[in-house]
Design a binder for this molecule. Structure first.
Ligand SMILES: [Zn+2]
Ligand SMILES: [Zn+2]
Length: 295
């Protein structure tokens, strides 16, 4: 009974029912990377003269908290901000950052935002009074810089952050951040720690997600900071890939046998709960639908 409740709670968290107010406590991920663990986890990469913040929290109040924490970790640094994708808990806190913050993101993500950014803010605002208040009056500004596939930021003291776009996965525009010399990957929703993958509307496809993971594996990450689950080591990348490959192959098998998408979702949810007992699986039905929908 308790396990059932926890499973439900953790699944609900991924959909925005978690506490959306970020605190000021940080945990150290690697030599130059800190995280505020919350909804979502925020990455803060500190070099000798510049700091990069990854993701904003839901609305300006959270953005301001993160900027304060970043300034405490490294006073008077030049401040860069990037976002892993356009969803409001990742990007809509931007107005809370100081006005001279340099906002950078990849083009595919900006395209997602131009198409669906305000629409998603409205959806999140309508969930409850707290989210409405946090997102009140948010307008999304244009980035100071847009890149296509890759941009390297030199943060000083030999610390660099590569901002990368490898293709669509959770969304079409998912950005990944790779920090050297730490070999730390800030993975957004693309590599998680035992979270059932989810492709949002107008996002990537199961095969494009696998192709993205193939490129991520070549980076050789030692540490992974996912945005909705616990920090892990580089093995999370292969685990994410293995889970998606397994779920995709299982769904395709049932599709070939003429099983409907709905029945396949039910059957595979039961099967994967047994097969992956340490994953808090609520349902794999959404991802199975994405496999059936793939051309
Ligand atoms: Zn998302
Ligand atoms: Zn997310």
């Amino acid at each position: 009974m308790i396990r059932r409740f926890l499973t439900f709670f953790m699944a609900a968290s991924a959909f925005g029912q978690a506490n959306p107010i970020l605190g000021e406590d940080t945990v150290k991920v690697s030599d130059h990377v800190w995280a505020i663990m919350g909804f979502p986890n925020i990455g803060i990469v500190v070099g000798s003269n510049a700091t990069l913040v990854v993701d904003t929290g839901l609305g300006p109040r959270n953005g301001a908290t993160i900027a304060k924490v970043a300034a405490k970790l490294a006073p008077n640094h030049k401040l860069y901000l990037t976002t892993t994708h356009f969803h409001p808990e990742h990007a809509a806190g931007e107005p809370g950052f100081p006005p001279d913050t340099i906002l950078i993101r990849n083009k595919a993500q900006q395209d997602d935002m131009d198409k669906h950014g305000q629409e998603l803010i409205a959806t999140f605002s309508n969930r409850n009074a707290q989210q409405k208040e946090l997102l009140a009056g948010v307008t999304l500004r244009a980035p100071d810089e847009i890149f296509d596939k890759e941009k390297t930021l030199d943060l000083g003291g030999g610390v660099t952050a590569r901002l990368l776009w490898f293709g669509g996965a959770h969304t079409k525009g998912d950005e990944l951040i790779f920090v050297d010399p730490d070999k730390t990957l800030i993975s957004g929703d693309v590599v998680q720690n035992k979270v059932v993958p989810n492709i949002s509307n107008d996002g990537g496809t199961p095969s494009s997600w696998i192709a993205v993971l193939d490129q991520i594996e070549k980076l050789g990450a030692l540490h992974v900071l996912p945005d909705h689950s616990a920090i892990g080591d580089g093995s999370l990348v292969a685990k994410e890939r293995a889970f998606i490959v397994d779920l995709r192959a299982s769904a395709l098998d049932l599709e070939r046998q003429g099983v409907s998408a709905a029945d396949a979702g039910t059957r595979l949810t039961a099967e994967f709960k047994t097969k992956y007992p340490d994953w808090p699986i609520n349902s794999v039905a959404n991802f199975v639908n994405s496999v059936y929908a793939e051309p």
